[in-house]
Design a protein around this ligand. Structure first.
Ligand code: NAD
Length: 468
């Protein structure tokens, strides 16, 4: 039987709590979900009839404000699922040192079978419900994309907030993951998938951790399977290929492809766009059951679709030595034990997919500052580099080859700031998680990541005190 997602998160929390001396009453407060707004509202369908739509917004922890987390559109979203995802956001933000509490939203609709105008009505009404109950605002709670939502929905939420919300000056910061044309940030689109691959690179850089798995260090030539080619999976795939990994398998909700020699993923995408299916892609083995891809031979498995994909049922047949949880909750606790006993290493969701919230944080700062990161520094940086090149040329009497000069004179864009800051954050966080794992002899990276998050949130309660 499938486990309950919120119970799973609390199971991991409790396991990690055994290694801390944080007081049990503080632990109780941290693990509880502080507030859930469950709503039902009517939305007119395209044919004029009314659909009663169910939605949720869970705010798991207010130890830092605003709370932050995506909005999921799926027909079977539950309150427990949204609470679990909100809890993961709390721990994720703590791990990557982003000053937010955790939240998550969900709306029970199937976006694949809905017109854009119906989706717009649902999104605006959902946003309006959040405004009425103060479950949204730049300093209150800031949604972002998750499964089934994207830049378009974030734009509608922003526009609704701008029209109805209490704070118009900072309205842009009420939601992240917006299109760059409405003051989103370059690099947000790929942030989660890219962050997951950066996490993988850091894990693979430590010979001491990689050798016991029978692998060499480095991502180059590693055989990778990615489950799900949505916003996260697609960019994880591209980032892995850019780093010379061999993507041997990919899956979508209605099928999968495997080719031990490596897939041309851009050609796979074109094939699917033209034929509506992965079936018939030349040179690769087609699997009609998409979940079968999880059991194919590879070094690294990146589940990037949904929770509960690896359970006690299929875990014994998973062959990957490293599992990167780009999705939230893809490995349930039973599977987690089975995989670890088999010697695999899991990079846990609360660290591995934190790239999205890191770059959302940058977008929120940009929106509150009302200025982009590059605008104040780009030209100055270019002039400084020019001067440096002049001095070098004068002192040495030599001129740099044109390609080196061009590299030096290239001024940074927003994307450069975002990518380097994302990598820096993922690197610092990994160092801390790994260091605690080794120093305290913890069972795994997940326990270490949870422990770090628990201690960070606990220190906020201890240092801020408890109201009243
Ligand atoms: P998305 O809706 O863009 O993509 C999800 C994809 O998974 C869809 O294309 C869907 O067809 C596919 N899918 C569903 N079931 C599948 C199956 N059994 N096999 C293969 N593919 C399947 O959603 P997303 O934003 O990419 O989110 C994916 C996961 O990453 C979720 O767990 C989400 O919570 C997590 N996540 C997302 C972000 C973000 O920034 N979007 C950040 C952190 C974590």
């Amino acid at each position: 039987m499938a486990s309950n997602f919120f119970d799973d998160v609390n199971y991991y929390f409790d396991e990690a709590s055994r290694h801390t001396d944080v007081a049990s009453d503080i632990l109780d407060q941290i693990r509880a979900c502080n507030a859930v707004y469950r709503m039902r509202f009517p939305v007119r369908r395209d044919d004029g009839t009314i659909e009663v739509v169910q939605g949720y917004r869970a705010e798991h922890s207010h130890h830092r404000l605003p709370t932050k987390g995506g909005v999921r559109y799926a027909p079977d979203v539950t309150q427990g699922e949204v609470m679990a995802l909100a809890a993961l956001m709390t721990y994720k933000c703590a791990i990557v040192d982003v000053p937010f509490g955790g939240a998550k939203g969900g709306v029970c609709i199937d976006p694949r079978n809905a017109s854009a105008s119906f989706l717009e009505r649902v999104t605006r009404r959902y946003a309006s419900e959040l405004i009425r109950k103060r479950f949204i605002g730049p300093d209150v709670d800031v949604p972002a994309p998750d499964v089934g939502t994207g830049e378009r929905e974030m734009g509608w939420i922003y526009d609704t907030y701008k029209s109805q919300g209490p704070d118009t000056l900072n309205a842009l910061a009420c939601v992240t993951g917006k299109a760059t044309t409405i003051h989103g940030i370059e690099g947000r689109r790929e942030a989660t998938g890219l962050g997951a691959v950066i996490a993988l690179e850091y894990f693979l850089s430590e010979p001491e951790d990689v050798k016991p798995l029978g692998l060499d260090t480095g991502l180059a030539a590693k055989r990778v399977i990615v489950q799900g080619l949505g916003k996260v999976g697609l960019h994880a795939t591209r980032a892995a290929i850019e780093r010379d990994a061999i993507v041997v398998g990919v899956s979508v909700s209605d099928g999968a492809l495997y080719d031990s020699g490596g897939l041309d993923v851009e050609a796979v995408l074109t094939h699917r766009a033209e034929l509506g299916s992965l079936r018939g892609f030349p040179g690769a083995r087609y699997l009609a059951d998409p979940d079968a891809i999880l059991e194919e031979p590879c070094d690294v498995l990146i589940p990037a679709a949904l929770q509960h994909q690896i359970t006690a049922q299929n875990a014994p047949r998973v062959q990957a030595k490293v599992i990167v949880e780009a999705a939230n909750g893809p490995v349930d606790p039973e599977a987690d034990s089975i995989l670890r006993e088999a010697g695999a290493v899991i990079l846990p969701d609360i660290y591995a997919n934190a790239g999205g919230v890191v770059v959302s944080y940058f977008e929120w700062i940009k929106n509150l500052s009302h200025v982009s990161f590059e605008r104040m520094t780009r030209r100055y940086q270019q002039l400084a580099n020019n001067r440096l090149l002049d001095v070098l040329t004068r002192l040495t009497g030599k001129t740099l080859p044109p390609e080196d000069a061009a590299l030096l004179l290239r001024a940074p864009n927003e994307i450069d700031f975002v990518h380097t800051a994302l990598e820096n954050t993922m690197a610092i966080s990994y160092e801390k998680i790994r260091d605690r794992w080794k120093r305290q002899g913890l069972p795994d990276l997940r326990t270490s990541a949870y422990l770090g998050a628990i201690e960070t949130v606990a220190s906020a309660y201890t240092l801020d005190g408890i109201f009243p």
